[in-house]
Ligand binder design. Structure first.
Ligand SMILES: [Fe+2]
Length: 347
């Protein structure tokens, strides 16, 4: 059978008239009061309701008010049946959510046309709503996939950078994680934490442009070789500048070797002129360098690392972020935040 129409009218005569008009084209159910209507609606949801305005006990206003207050019933289109053509009543019914009016005496053709059009309109609306939801869901899926892919690529790049240096296994990932934790402890948002994590992953990407022989050299570096290494922040920011989708991604790469007192490189920025993310990554980077093995020394004892950070406050490091890192050290009672025990498994 076709679409289902529920007619609510206290007059048995009216119910019969309406049913006769519609029964050829639709499935029609009739009830003679608001109470009976809600009884029916608990069992069955019609595609449309034809509702008489003037009924004893529960009138049309009360019925439509209750319908629109219910999460399931409010979606059913309601057409009011009224005998009086009273403007105020019509306005009130529209305000309560009625979709249309049919004035008694009802003309068969008008009734059929109105009901058919409203049903068609409702169907189209539902379809449109479904389409919009579907497209939104797909767009969200795609966005998530791209984000996941970007993250994978960044991690792969990070391990590629670290693989160049035999003494920096997992360095970029750890710097990313420590930076994110500092940001979290400073009350930064999830989005900011993610941004700094990505910047941490790629902070040393410029090392790609420095010869492996220099990076892995055990002996003292010549002035020239040292200068080549000092180029990595600039090379890194030049590489990352090309990623137009995330314009700030180069911040960490470019300024993680700046010092709070202005004696760092490549730009000699000082204090709060150094971007906040770079100040955080600078602390995390120095921490990981001290807690990683080097060709010329073992991992430094935790109290040495702690005092280096303490001493570097305001000279090498932003004092606020250095203090947060010190708190992280104090929370790390078993000294697990170090190269040996803290090889990231991909966060
Ligand atoms: Fe670096």
């Amino acid at each position: 059978m076709g679409q289902l129409i529920l007619v609510i009218d206290d007059s048995e005569f009216n119910l019969k008239v309406v049913k006769d008009m519609l029964k050829e084209s639709f499935q029609v159910e009739c009830v003679n009061s608001g109470e009976a209507a809600f009884e029916y609606l608990r069992r069955q949801i019609p595609d449309l309701i034809l509702l008489d305005l003037h009924m004893p006990v529960m009138n049309g206003f009360e019925v439509i008010r209750r319908l629109k207050a219910d999460s399931v019933w409010k979606e059913i289109p309601v057409v009011m049946l009224t005998a009086d053509g009273d403007r105020d009543n019509e306005v009130r019914c529209f305000e309560l959510g009625a979709m249309d009016f049919i004035t008694k005496p009802i003309i068969s053709q008008v009734m059929l046309q109105r009901v058919s059009r409203i049903l068609k309109l409702t169907r189209l609306q539902k379809f449109l709503q479904f389409e919009v939801e579907e497209q939104t869901r797909r767009a969200e899926d795609r966005r998530r996939q791209v984000e996941q892919l970007s993250e994978e690529i960044m991690k792969t790049l990070a391990s590629t950078i670290d693989a160049k240096d035999r003494y920096t296994n997992g360095h970029s990932l750890r710097v990313a994680m420590y930076s994110k934790e500092i940001a979290r402890r400073c009350g930064m948002s999830k989005r900011e934490q993610k941004e700094i994590y990505h910047m941490g992953l790629l902070h040393d990407i410029g090392k790609i442009g420095v010869p492996d022989t220099i990076i892995n050299k055990r002996d003292k570096l010549s002035e020239e070789e040292y200068e080549a290494i000092r180029q990595h922040p600039k090379i890194g920011s030049d590489i990352l500048k090309t990623i137009q989708q995330i314009p700030d991604i180069m911040v960490g790469a470019r300024w993680h070797h700046e010092r709070f007192d202005g004696t760092g490189y490549p730009d000699g920025l000082k204090g709060l002129d150094i971007p906040e993310y770079a100040r955080i990554i600078g602390v995390a980077d120095a921490y990981d360098a001290m807690t990683s093995k080097r060709s010329y020394r073992d991992i430094l004892p935790q109290e040495v690392v702690r005092s280096e950070l303490e001493n570097g406050k305001g000279s090498q490091f932003d004092p606020v972020f250095a203090e947060v890192m010190i708190q992280m050290i104090d929370d790390d009672i078993r000294y697990t935040m170090r190269e040996k025990d803290f090889l990231p498994k991909g966060i």
